[in-house]
Design a binder for this molecule. Sequence first.
Ligand SMILES: Cc1cc2nc3c(=O)[nH]c(=O)nc-3n(C[C@H](O)[C@H](O)[C@H](O)COP(=O)(O)O)c2cc1C
Length: 178
Amino acid sequence: MNNIVILVGSVRKNGNTVHLAQSFAEDAAIHNDVEIVSVADYNVNPCIVCNSCFIREGNQCFQNDDMVRIYEKFRNADIVVVASPVYFYGISAQLKAIVDRLHTPMRNTFRIKKLGLLLVGAAELPNLFEPIVIQYQMVLDFFKLESIGTVLVRGVKEIGDIEGSPALKEAYELGTSI
Ligand SMILES: Cc1cc2nc3c(=O)[nH]c(=O)nc-3n(C[C@H](O)[C@H](O)[C@H](O)COP(=O)(O)O)c2cc1C
């Protein structure tokens, strides 16, 4: 059994990203401890580069905002799945704020071994996800993590567009494989 945290990067509580994340979680949650952490439920400030996390207890940020609750969820995580809408060819700003503030504890304190990536975007461009996938690959290399897989969904824009997409089954099966 693994502790899995799914970080959902859309503030739309019933949007395409969370739908994809829930499909992943459906079967994965039968054999694992799965928690969805959505940016919709937390207010997290960006990193201000004070570097005090280098020397603070647990490498946690000094900022006393909702990130305190998120650190708690990461303490025992074995696998982290990042689920994001594409915003300007990157992940959402709300999610990036969380990811940046995980950097030092990920390097020194957490025991995360594997990452997964779920992405949705409106365009049909073949290379839509390339910038994020390259970043994902670099993070895997830097932190010496294994990828459990990726599910990339093009052509979904409005709430509900992902309904009926074969990608939901793909995400479900990725969850089953854990
Ligand atoms: C600020 C912003 C920037 C976006 N940038 C892109 C983009 O660069 N490429 C793209 O394909 N879709 C882009 N989109 C569309 C979203 O990725 C798409 O609507 C997605 O389905 C939203 O996910 P959600 O339903 O989980 O919120 C953008 C949306 C917003 C709000």
